[in-house]
Design a protein around this ligand. Structure first.
Ligand code: HEC
Length: 165
């Protein structure tokens, strides 16, 4: 019905607004150039820190996949070492109903199930025994611990070797 009203103060045309727009139009490219220059020539302070700190050097020098490499290459513990470090907590005394080291009567029926079955129990856990005997050894070492204990009770299992790479 009525014609669209003319805006009384049309935006973007006042002298102040032209100034403000011009200011930002200059500022933004300037900031961008400054940021670029900084990343080429200087780098933010935290990056310089990182580049020289001892930790940063260690990170750059570390081998890729250190954890795996160390685990794969470290000498394996013997069955006796594994037993002393870990399995002995229960098996030295027969704690928690475990077959005691050297107790042929307790070990005999278990040895009869075969080495694989015993290793399986030690790796997966059985009864009160947690998987891996509850600890930090790898599978080969746990198997060595099994062989050590079973042999102490009359078995003749060979000390297992790590799987070929
Ligand atoms: C927390 C106590 C505990 C620790 C530590 C422990 N065991 Fe046991 N282990 C037991 C108990 C209890 C049993 C008997 C489980 C059953 O027959 O129910 C057992 C049984 C076994 C058996 C016989 C499994 C079977 O099938 O009859 C083997 C082999 C064995 N342990 C190996 C190990 C090895 C190797 C370690 C160390 C890496 C270890 N254990 C550490 C408690 C322990």
């Amino acid at each position: 019905m009525t014609a669209p009203q003319q805006q009384p103060n049309h935006p973007g045309k006042s002298p102040q607004q032209v100034l403000v727009t011009g200011f930002f139009a200059l500022l933004i490219p300037l900031l961008a150039v400054a940021a670029l220059a900084n990343s080429f020539f200087g780098g933010p302070a935290y990056e310089k820190d990182n580049a020289t700190s001892a930790k940063a050097k260690a990170v750059r020098l570390q081998k890729v996949g250190t954890v795996e490499l160390r685990d794969a290459n470290r000498p394996l513990s013997t069955g006796e070492q594994v037993f002393k470090a870990q399995c002995s907590a229960c098996h030295a005394t027969g704690a928690a109903g475990s077959p005691k080291l050297g107790d042929a009567a307790a070990w005999g029926p278990r040895i009869a199930t075969g080495f694989e079955a015993l290793v399986h129990s030690a790796l997966k856990g059985k009864g009160a025994m947690a998987p891996q005997g509850g600890g930090n050894f790898n599978d080969t070492e746990v198997a060595r611990g099994v062989a050590y204990m079973a042999n102490a009770a009359g078995a003749k299992f060979a000390e297992p070797e790590p799987p070929a790479k």
